[in-house]
Design a protein around this ligand. Sequence first.
Ligand code: SF4
Ligand code: SF4
Length: 191
Amino acid sequence: MGVATKILPPQGKDRALLARIEKEAGTSINLCYQCGKCSAGCPVGFAMDYTPRQVIRLLQLNLIDEALNAESIWICASCDTCSARCPRGVDIASLMDALRREALSQGKIKDKKVAEFNKAFLNGVRNFGRTFEAGLLLQHNLKTMQPFKDAGLGLPMMSRGKIRLLPVKIKGREQVKKIFARAEKMRGEEE
Ligand code: SF4
Ligand code: SF4
C-alpha cells in the first residue's frame, strides 16, 4: 500500500511570496485542476523544462524556487493561448510574466542575454510607447557584447519595411511613462 503524502500550504515567507506572485498575475493557482489543456496548446511547450501545467503544479506544491529557476518562464512567448484555453480561467500567461519579474528581481536568471533583451524591450516601450525594433536589437547586442549579431538581417528587413531606422512615437508617451512609474512604485511598496 502506498504512503499518502500530505501537502502543507506554504508558510511564512513562501506564503507571502506566492500571494504576491498571484496578486501580480491577477490569478489563483488553486483554481487549476491539472487538466493539461494549457500545455497541449502551448506552441513552445516542447522546448520547456516544465510545461505550463507543471509550472503551476510546482507552485501548488510550494516549489516556488524551482518555478523561478525554470527555463520555461523565459521560453514562454506570452501568446496567451494557455489563458484563453484554460477551463478554470487561470491566467497562466500572466503568471509566467509575474514569475519572470520575480526571477529578475531575485537575480535568478541563467542566461543574462534574456534579461538584457527584457530590459531593452521595456526601455523602448517606456520611451516611445511601443517597441522600437532597431533600437532594441542595438541595445541588446551592445549589452551582450555581440555588436554584429543578426546584422545581416537588418538591411533586408528595413528595405521590406519590417523595421524602421527611427522610432515611431505614440501620442500618449507621458501616460505610458506614468504607468511604468506607478508599476515600479507599487512593486517597491510590496517588497
Ligand atoms: S488548462 Fe487551466 S486547469 Fe488545466 S492544467 Fe492548465 S491551468 Fe490547470
Ligand atoms: S503564453 Fe506562454 S505558456 Fe502560455 S501558451 Fe503561450 S507560450 Fe505557452
